[in-house]
Design a protein around this ligand. Structure first.
Ligand SMILES: [Zn+2]
Length: 137
């Protein structure tokens, strides 16, 4: 599977470290409880610096999706066409994701999804969201 690997500097950050361990964690505020993404040392809801990490439930809803038919980078050429998804997590966070290479689903906006973390090497994994019952969680 061809994916663009973030630099080692990014992979050392908590978001990617949790994924490499097999779970999606979200940056959360310890004061107001809000989850947010991308991670930030300041809560975007209440401006608290008291933030931490909590495991996500993995439950999400498909907000939108598109099929990319043009490779925006030569490395992505062999992947075209591929599906990009916008998913709303139960925790109130919206993530850009995709459908893993080689998989095809009949996607419908609003359908329930579940997270599947796919590992590419020891330090790098990404969260994907599949229709419930299609191998997620
Ligand atoms: Zn907060």
């Amino acid at each position: 599977m061809t994916v663009i690997r973030p630099s080692d500097e990014y992979l050392e950050q908590p978001y990617y470290r949790h994924l490499a361990e097999g779970t999606l964690h979200l940056n959360c505020c310890n004061d107001c409880g809000a989850a947010h993404h991308p991670p930030s040392p300041i809560c975007p809801k209440c401006r608290s610096f008291n933030t931490g990490w909590k495991p996500a439930s993995g439950r999400a809803t498909l907000n939108s999706f598109a099929e990319a038919r043009h490779a925006v980078h030569p490395m992505l050429g062999p992947k075209v066409p591929y599906v990009i998804t916008l998913v709303d997590l139960e925790e109130g966070v919206r993530l850009v994701s995709g459908i893993p290479e080689g998989m095809r689903f009949d996607l419908k906006v609003g359908m329930p999804l579940e997270c599947k973390v796919i590992r590419f090497d020891e330090a790098f994994a990404l969260p994907y969201f599949l229709p419930v019952g299609e191998g997620g969680a």
